[in-house]
Each structure stands twice: as structure tokens, then as C-alpha cells.
Design a protein around this ligand. Structure first.
Ligand code: ATP
Length: 231
């Protein structure tokens, strides 16, 4: 391991480069996330925010650079290894909850656990507990089409946390909600993540939301221009 890396960081990226043809989505990004830390990632449209989230979360591979999770290199994992990592160590919340329409709220939340081999009864119990923590008691049997936008995002948040991931990656998680519901949903995400001891990386266009987090990283043209250092 590079001796300059901070042992405390739960997630580190060094020299990350991601290209699409001649276009640099990431042009050499260094970033460190501490355990339990909540970090906003802001920047103009097309600056590389989603690319950074996807590279760090193992959804896509960078062409260059090193990524480390709790001190272990993860950037050289195979597709299968990255898929297992995403399922066991990371949680994801997207702008549209991406819930499975045919499944109930509790089945949606239980899904990552079921895929990870947890017995159905135990997975559903844990799912109900998380739904309860996110203020969704009574919605366990509802399907996504029967939920409001804010409720659906809370289900997605519960789903991202049930397997106790080290890091949650959230891409515009409140982008499709009205301001008040967005703020309530964001608060719910931050409280639940803190409860679970997970770090959170949140891509957002919402300045107010970003300012409410302890640390904001600004990215421009694929490079971090501020917020590199932990406050
Ligand atoms: N799949 C892709 N194919 C080609 N180019 C891409 C692809 N994904 C991203 N890019 C390009 O990479 C650059 C960074 O895109 P990215 O989506 O990471 O930015 P962003 O900051 O998340 O943008 P936005 O705020 O609009 O979502 C942009 O120039 C974009 O056009």
C-alpha cells in the first residue's frame, strides 16, 4: 500500500482517470472518505460527478488510478468481484429509486440480503425493521406504484442500508422530490446512514443541501477543485 495513504480512510481514490473517447470524465482525481463521513459532491453539469461515484462504487472501471476500501485495493477486481463488492460493502441510492415494481416495499428492501444468501424470513424481518426506522411502518406491503415519491426514496434508502454497507453512494437522491420532501428524505438518509455507521457520498445540484453537510467536494472538468481535505 502507498505509505502516503491515510490508514483511517474507509475509501480512497488516487489518480483516477476515466475517459469516454477523447473526453476526460475524470482527469486525475484524488479523494479520501473517512468512516461515517457524509460528503457532498457538487459541480457543473458534465463535470464528472456521476463518473466519480460510479468509479468509486465499482459500477464502472477507471482507466488509471487506485481505489482502496478499508486499506484493501479494489480497483483490480474482476467484474464478478466488483459485483460482489457492490452487493456486500456498498449501498446505492439513485435519483429514481429504481425499485422493482412487482415487489412490495419489504421485498424490495430485502432483495440485496436475499441475493446475498440471507434466509427469506430473516431478510424480511430486517427489511421491516429498516422500513420502520425510516418512518414507513404500514407501507411494508405496498408496491412502488402505491407509494409517494418521498416514500419510494425512503424504501430505496432502507434497501441501500440493510446489509450494513461501509459506504452509501447517492446520485441526486432528492432530485425528483419537492424541496420539503427532499430535505426530509435527505435527513432520513443521513440519520439512517449514521445509525448504520456508513459513510455517504452524495452527488447533488442542490447548494443548500450540500452546504448542510460537513464537507463539500467541488469537481470541475474532471478534477477536484475544492474540498479535498477533511475539515
Ligand atoms: N456513457 C458515456 N458515454 C460517453 N460520454 C459520457 C458517458 N458518461 C459520461 N460521459 C461524459 O463524461 C463527462 C462527465 O459526465 P458525468 O455524467 O460524470 O458528469 P456529471 O457531473 O455527473 O453531470 P450531470 O450533473 O449532468 O449529471 C461528460 O462530458 C459526459 O458527457
Amino acid at each position: 500500500m502507498n505509505p502516503q495513504w491515510n490508514d483511517r480512510a474507509v475509501l480512497s481514490g488516487r489518480g483516477l482517470v476515466k475517459r469516454y473517447g477523447a473526453q476526460f470524465a475524470l482527469a486525475g482525481v484524488d479523494i479520501e472518505v473517512q468512516p461515517g463521513e457524509a460528503v457532498a459532491i457538487v459541480g457543473p453539469s458534465g463535470s464528472g460527478k456521476t463518473s466519480l461515484l460510479h468509479v468509486l462504487g465499482g459500477i464502472i472501471k477507471a482507466e488509471e488510478g487506485e481505489i482502496s476500501l478499508a486499506g484493501q485495493r479494489i480497483d483490480q477486481l474482476s467484474e464478478k468481484g466488483r459485483s460482489e463488492l457492490r452487493r456486500s460493502e456498498f449501498g446505492f441510492v439513485f435519483q429514481q429509486g429504481m425499485l422493482v415494481a412487482e415487489l412490495t416495499a419489504e421485498e424490495n428492501v430485502a432483495l440485496p440480503m436475499l441475493l446475498g444468501g440471507t434466509p427469506r424470513k430473516r431478510a424480511l424481518e430486517a427489511a421491516r425493521e429498516w422500513l420502520n426506522r425510516l418512518g414507513l411502518r404500514g407501507c411494508e406491503g405496498s408496491r412502488p406504484g402505491e407509494l409517494s415519491g418521498g416514500q419510494a426514496q425512503r424504501v430505496a434508502i432502507a434497501r441501500s442500508l440493510t446489509h450494513r454497507p461501509k459506504v452509501i453512494f447517492a446520485d441526486e437522491p432528492t432530485g425528483s422530490l419537492d424541496t420539503r420532501t427532499g430535505k426530509e428524505t435527505m435527513d432520513a438518509l443521513l440519520v439512517a446512514a449514521a445509525d448504520a455507521g456508513a459513510s455517504v457520498l452524495i452527488v447533488t445540484h442542490d447548494r443548500e443541501l450540500a452546504d448542510s453537510l460537513p464537507r463539500t467536494v467541488t469537481i470541475r472538468d474532471g478534477r477536484i477543485v475544492s474540498g479535498l481535505v477533511v475539515a
